[in-house]
Design a protein around this ligand. Sequence first.
Ligand SMILES: Cc1cc2nc3c(=O)[nH]c(=O)nc-3n(C[C@H](O)[C@H](O)[C@H](O)COP(=O)(O)OP(=O)(O)OC[C@H]3O[C@@H](n4cnc5c(N)ncnc54)[C@H](O)[C@@H]3O)c2cc1C
Length: 338
Amino acid sequence: MILTSVTDRSKYSNVWVVAEFLSDKIQPVTYELVGAARKLADKRSSKVWVVAMGSGISQQVGSLFAYGADKVIVVDDSRLSGFIDELEADVLARLIGKYNPEIVLYAATARGRALAPRVAVITNCGLTADCTGLDIDPENGDLLQTRPAFGGNIMATIRSSNHRPQMATVRPRVMRALEPDPDRTGEVIHETVEMSDMLKIKRIIDVFHSDETTVNLGDAEIIISGGRGMKGPEGFELLRKFAAKVGGAVGASRAAVDAGWIPYSHQVGQTGQTVQTKVYIACGISGQIQHLVGMQSCDFIIAIDKNPDTPMMQLADIAIVGDVFEIIPEIMNELSKM
Ligand SMILES: Cc1cc2nc3c(=O)[nH]c(=O)nc-3n(C[C@H](O)[C@H](O)[C@H](O)COP(=O)(O)OP(=O)(O)OC[C@H]3O[C@@H](n4cnc5c(N)ncnc54)[C@H](O)[C@@H]3O)c2cc1C
């Protein structure tokens, strides 16, 4: 597909954030994106707008102002309950056509990754996926989108100089939310789902109703993560029980995901999710750099591995040398006694 260049940039202004909802609740990554958008907008003397699409969400959007938003477009409609990517993409593309934002930011989550490319195609814009850094050229408004490239060996900074709006997905837990200011207020604009938005929908995928796709590792305080050392799907059953006992979520290395032992939505690392939990327990994960980049900022890391010399065992605050199938049941037994 050949993208036609935008000739009149002056009609595009403001930085938009597409709010992320799960079970119709605002997700923390939205506040992180609003914080990032605020810094970009301030350099351009422009405004931060948030687009909130969902069902029964109107009452929640006030918090967005405290975190730095100036305006919130609310599209509150029962047909937006769950997540239908075609419908949200059509609604959003129509709003972009109406208000002409200069920049649109999405979370690099399952939802954002499904939505952003659809909107990019409809609006004839470029999209930079999985950014880990954002800045702006204050003169011409070019978004400087930094992301790992060539297997994480270099960081590339990408501009979409010829196209507006400029769109990027940003990894959760990479940007910091601003300190909320409860006295900050802003304007709410109500928009509706129109029939034209509905016409193109041929199928409904309610991804967030399936347990395996609702994994929100970003919000977990404890992650029990498994790798090739878990040997198979049964090993991950053990990890699920362990996670249930400590109130945590289950993560995985790419080796385990590629083997089909657990869905991709659980993958941690360069091509999976970036997490920053209080506790990360790595079970049978050697800790190759592509995995470490996704979890090395966790507060406290525990590793269980037969091999004491792996990068993960070196990184860990506590390294337990031994067989995961002996050590995990022992830990669970001790927890039951407590
Ligand atoms: C472009 C690119 C992107 C990538 N992205 C990612 C990514 O996002 N996330 C990711 O994880 N990887 C990613 N990888 C793959 C990464 O390089 C590694 O191959 C992968 O992380 C290895 O997974 P692992 O640690 O589970 O497996 P291994 O490296 O095979 O480690 C298994 C560990 O289990 C231990 N073990 C075995 N049996 C037991 C037992 N019974 N008890 C205790 N310990 C045991 C072994 O001693 C070993 O340390 C990527 C690679 C590339 C090239």
